[in-house]
Design a protein around this ligand. Structure first.
Ligand code: PLP
Length: 433
């Protein structure tokens, strides 16, 4: 693998863009690599500026469920381009989007489009506070909800690799209203609600977390979370930015048979374009301006090109439920294959997977929360990552991210990946001799 152009371009980028990247995890610091500068991608394959080809398990961190260059999505975008890029006015397409999302996610009675997952969660928190008249919010350690000030506390994803529990620049006066609980810990939840339940505006949760690596919520925990929030009049914000239309057409809520009061969406809903959305109960959503007194706005919100990409993607997923069966087959093959290799080479590792989201943790304990996720040996992950990259497999460059499968991965992509994983495991074993 020759990476001369990538290295040169990245060095130049570092002079003009902080850290050379527009989002920290991409810098590859956690695994000690210079990031590849990506030129293009097609189906499940991605190509860098040096012409190297990789099997892509990043999928733009989730949106690319139909793979890259899906011809139907592309055609729809090209047609939409004829009508201009943005109007800053209501469109028929955004109405179609709202109706379709309501059909797919019955917990949503009204929907508002924004431009990113971060905007969706920030807006949902403000709305929950405005609706309840309470200030406190609860989040779970290792869950990540974007980079809004009040949610940047003990967050997963990129911030987990920086070794910091919060971000500088966030005033204490903002985060003192953010209470953090252990994920999947019912006892702690009950205790907090007994003391402060009546002061809490909202609990925000990833029902299946993908930002401390993949860590599924426990069914009983999520059920109790739904009950107790109802008992205390607390808004349950289900953050489906990653899981929405990914783990199932109805998201994590369908798998767990629970419904949030407010739901945050992003990634797949934009089919690869910048987008986010939040929605939920009509009574709560009608507190938003211009109907209500909670202000929220956006110049490019409901952008027609982004809506076209998302709408076409969602319609495809709705009309082709076999996509999810296929993703499950791919995921199962990869998971089973990795587990056999873990056994064969006696590697200290476990796999967590829900459908087409998966993480390989280099630890020997079950991972059900952030502190267990952090028992992973990040040095071994970094070693593994580098070996995979050299052999043409593009994984996210951090232990605390998910690998994503797409409809365009083939069984032979999976088998090739397993051969590369076997080689990486052999090398890891040699290292530890
Ligand atoms: C669960 C979850 N919520 C919110 C976000 C933030 O979304 P964005 O990066 O589009 O702002 C992410 C991003 O990875 C996410 O995974």
């Amino acid at each position: 693998m020759i990476t001369i152009k990538s290295e040169e371009l990245f060095k130049e980028s570092e002079k003009h863009i902080p850290g050379g990247v527009n989002s920290p995890v991409r810098a590859g610091k956690a695994v000690g690599v210079t990031p590849l500068i990506i030129r293009r991608a097609d189906k499940a394959h991605i190509f860098d500026e040096d012409g190297n080809e990789f099997i892509d398990f990043v999928g733009s961190y989730g949106p690319m469920i139909l793979g890259h260059n899906n011809p139907i999505v592309k055609k729809a975008i090209v047609e939409a381009l004829e009508d201009s890029l943005s109007f800053g006015a209501p469109t028929k397409k955004e109405l179609e989007m709202a109706i379709l999302v309501k059909e797919l996610l019955p917990s949503i009675e009204m929907l508002r489009m924004v431009n990113s997952g971060t905007e969706a969660t920030m807006s949902a928190i403000r709305l929950a506070r405005g609706y309840t008249g309470r200030d406190k919010i609860v989040k779970f350690s290792g869950n990540y909800h974007g980079h809004g000030d009040s949610l940047l506390v003990q967050a997963g994803s990129g911030i987990a690799t920086q070794g910091i529990s919060s971000s500088s620049g966030v005033p204490n006066s903002i985060i003192e209203n953010t209470l953090v609980l252990n994920y999947n810990d019912t006892e702690q939840l009950e205790t907090l609600f007994k003391i402060s339940g009546k002061d809490i505006a909202a609990v925000i949760v990833e029902v299946i977390s993908g930002n401390m690596g993949v860590v599924p919520g426990k069914f009983d925990f999520m059920k109790r979370l739904r009950e107790i929030t109802k008992e205390y009049g607390v808004i349950l914000i289900v953050d489906e930015v990653m899981t929405g239309f990914r783990v199932n057409i109805g998201g994590a809520q369908k798998l767990y048979e629970i419904e949030g009061d407010l739901i945050c969406l992003g990634k797949i809903i934009g089919g690869g374009m910048p987008i986010g959305a939040f929605g939920g109960k009509k009574e709560i959503m009608e507190k938003l301006a211009p109907v209500g007194e909670v202000y929220q706005a956006g110049t490019l919100s409901g952008n027609p090109i982004a809506i076209t990409a998302g709408l076409t993607t969602l319609n495809y997923l709705k009309d082709n439920p076999k996509v999810y069966l296929y993703l499950e087959e791919l995921g199962e093959r990869l998971e089973n294959g990795i587990n056999l290799l873990i056994e064969k080479y006696k590697i200290k590792a476990i796999v967590n997977r829900v459908g087409s989201m998966m993480t390989l943790f280099f630890t020997d304990i079950r991972v059900t929360n952030f502190s267990e996720a952090k028992t992973s040996d990040e040095k071994v992950f970094a070693r593994f990552y580098k070996e995979m990259l050299i052999s043409g497999i593009y994984f996210p460059p951090s232990q605390y991210e998910a690998f994503f499968l797409s409809n365009e991965h083939t069984m032979s992509d999976i088998d090739k990946t397993l051969i590369c994983i076997e080689n990486a495991f052999k090398k890891i074993n040699i290292d530890t001799l």
